[in-house]
Design a protein around this ligand. Structure first.
Ligand SMILES: C[S@@+](CC[C@H](N)C(=O)[O-])C[C@H]1O[C@@H](n2cnc3c(N)ncnc32)[C@H](O)[C@@H]1O
Length: 227
């Protein structure tokens, strides 16, 4: 079932990429899924287990910190962070995804917004103690991702952390179709924009995005903006 969902998502993505619209396919996929004509392959309707494990391992002592969830999809990770006491803003480029979050979590404390990472509101600059980016950069072709990566660090407050969860590959491995795994070198590229890599985990994932599928190489990386 997941394979069929992924194949359909790749087809929709490929059509938009051919037309030079690398970010427009998300809305088409969510709106087809909303009326039962497609499935969102990454939407497991539960928080990402690699986020949950990371939060639990770090004592969840975030006080009343502010968190930002990049490309929040159907909102499970944002809800999880909110349940830990963080004041969460979660955004997605797809209006349908954001509307869906509102319906799924009618009493939410999360501030769900339609926004494009490439044009984030100026009021978000320097505001967040924690930024979660899971599986969004890998859904962008490399030339867009290069720009998107420069847009995240300015949003962190001094001393703030970013948690990045993504597929991983060697620079010499092919990355022909979505999702495009990141390389270690690309991630260390965040250091040019003021972040320091604190922890870099490289593992075979048997859960997460792809439950029931063969293991995939995954990176989970904690970065910090030095104050
Ligand atoms: C592969 S999905 C991952 C969703 C979610 N983070 C998860 O782990 O389930 C990528 C998400 O990022 C959103 N997205 C893609 N490009 C974006 C952009 N430039 N700004 C905001 N959201 C974006 C998509 O609409 C989609 O919901």
């Amino acid at each position: 079932m997941k394979d069929a969902a992924r194949a359909r998502a790749r087809e929709i993505a490929a059509n938009h990429l051919t037309r030079g619209e690398p970010l427009a396919w998300f809305e088409e996929l969510y709106s087809a899924a909303r009326v039962g004509e497609a499935e969102v392959p990454w939407a497991d309707r539960r928080p990402n287990p690699h986020l949950v494990e990371w939060m639990e391992g770090r004592g969840a002592d975030w006080g009343e910190g502010r968190a930002l969830v990049v490309g929040c999809g159907l909102g499970d990770d944002a809800q999880f962070l909110s349940s830990k006491g963080l004041a969460v803003t979660a955004f997605d480029i797809s209006p349908t995804a954001i509307g869906w979050c509102g319906e799924r979590f009618a009493d939410t404390r999360v501030d769900y917004r339609v926004a494009n990472l490439l044009h984030a509101p100026g009021s978000w600059t320097g505001r967040y103690d924690l930024i979660l980016e899971s599986y969004t950069l890998q859904a962008m072709p490399e030339e867009v991702r290069r720009v998107a990566m420069t847009c995240i660090p300015p949003l962190l407050a001094p001393g703030g952390k970013m948690l990045l969860i993504c597929r991983g590959r060697e620079a010499s491995d092919p990355a022909e179709e979505a999702p495009w795994p990141l390389t270690r070198e690309e991630i260390y590229g965040f250091e040019e924009y003021g972040l320091t890599v604190r922890e870099f985990e490289d593992f075979q994932d048997t859960d997460g995005e792809e439950a029931g599928s063969p293991p995939v190489r995954r990176f989970r990386v904690e970065l910090v903006k030095e104050s």
